[in-house]
Write a protein that binds this ligand. Structure first.
Ligand SMILES: [Zn+2]
Length: 408
């Protein structure tokens, strides 16, 4: 089966005209343009021979009804405000093109291909709302408090989109044997290594923390250095020492960030009595995450005592790493190797709908290179030749899977 490059690119370009903003698109979940794009997609899927509809969460789902079992292919068509034209759209239009290939060439081993565009992956109201709803997770309490930046509630957004009362679409584990999601890399690794395909091994886990150092406010001119309880100095030492420790204890994939520092009272002539840092780190190994957390605790203790301060360290956010199905990872590698396409096994540092699906069915992700590593911005782009290559490799991997879906 061969994808038709001109059709794939034409659909991507056409979708990018809906909500077009400069060279990117502005289609936050449930906005007028987001819903226009979803209606457009529903009609395209219908024209490709799928039974397609928009459900009560805003997901667009196209089903190949003549098959009893299917591979599910998709991503999301909502964007961040003033975002790029490929984030999410790429994986959805891959699904549309592959569904056409199946329609033209016939089912593979009796297996069909269903297509989905999940709603609000980007978290305009509630991150991964569509995929979590599709997988029948209970999001009621989160929906109740979910609001957009302008204060609109998710409930109002659903009403405004005119989808209230639509029938829900749900994951069917008898039918959906695997989930494949293609996405732009959103980072520079493929480009800098000259690789065309990223084979995602896992989506990294995230832990975020707030640390507060407590000292004593004193006059910065009259209090001798040795007598100070300097929360600010402890916090600065902590920030520097943390990077040092993480470099030696983390994996080559580990990343971390100190995102905010605040001193109180915040004047040049007052020794700070409180200093807060907010930081996070990511890795695909639970062991590494634990090791970095222990290092943060130990480092905080050392830095506090060096400046006669105390500290509280609080974990404020946690997301577990999600492994992709190793068999599917192997099939993507096999498909890339068969066409002599250079591929790189790599973790995803960003979250994706595949994180949700992977909890229920074997799931895999394929990345294509991002020019300059740019994303979530109108400058986001990928060479057309790379878009085309990625689609063919993914279709080949799906065909390999369809020929022997039950092999463990
Ligand atoms: Zn995305």
């Amino acid at each position: 089966m061969r994808i038709r490059p001109e059709r794939l690119i034409a659909d991507l370009r056409e979708l990018a005209t809906i909500g077009k903003f400069e060279t990117g698109v502005d289609r936050p979940a449930f906005s007028r343009d987001d819903m226009r794009a979803r209606t457009w997609l529903r009609d395209k899927l219908g024209a490709a021979g799928l039974s397609a509809r928009i459900d009560d969460a805003g997901n667009v789902y196209g089903q190949m009804t003549k098959a009893a079992r299917a591979v599910l292919v998709g991503s999301h068509t909502d964007t961040v405000p003033k975002g790029g034209w490929l984030d999410g759209a790429l994986g959805v239009i891959y699904g549309l093109e592959m569904a056409r290939c199946f329609a033209e060439n016939g089912l593979v081993n009796g297996m069909g291909l269903d297509v989905i565009s999940f709603q609000d992956e980007e978290g305009t109201y509630l991150s991964l709302y569509g995929s979590r709803t599709f997988c029948d997770e209970d999001v009621t309490s989160e929906v109740a408090v979910a609001r957009g930046q302008d204060g609109t509630t998710l409930d109002d957004a659903i009403n405004g989109a005119g989808i209230r009362g639509n029938a829900p679409c749900r994951l069917d584990r008898q039918r959906h044997l695997a989930y494949f999601e293609a996405h732009i890399e959103q980072g520079p690794r493929l480009e800098t290594t000259g690789t065309k395909i990223g084979v995602v091994t896992a989506i990294v886990g995230i832990r975020s923390y707030r640390i507060a150092f407590h000292g004593q406010a004193d006059h910065a001119g009259t209090t001798p250095m040795a007598m100070r309880r300097d929360a600010g100095a402890a916090a600065l030492a902590f920030g520097a020492a943390l990077a040092e420790k993480f470099r030696s204890l983390g994996s080559p994939e580990s990343v971390w960030n100190v995102g905010s520092v605040t001193f109180r009272p915040g004047a040049a002539n007052v020794v700070p009595d409180e200093a807060q840092l907010v930081f996070q780190f990511r890795d695909s190994s639970l062991d590494i995450l634990d090791r970095l957390e222990q290092a943060a605790h130990a480092t905080a203790g050392e830095c506090a005592s060096a400046y006669s301060a105390t500290f509280d360290l609080t974990r404020i956010f946690e997301k577990q790493p999600t492994a992709m199905a190793s068999r599917l990872v192997g099939l993507i590698e096999q498909a890339a190797a068969a066409s002599a396409t250079p591929a790189l096994a790599m973790p995803s540092g960003a979250g994706h709908d595949a994180m949700t699906l992977a909890k229920y069915i074997p799931s895999a992700m394929l990345f294509v290179p991002s020019i300059g590593g740019r994303s979530h911005h109108v400058s986001e782009d990928t060479a057309e030749s790379d878009i085309i290559l990625g689609a063919q490799v993914m279709l080949d991997a799906i065909a390999l899977f369809a020929r022997s879906p039950d092999r463990a």
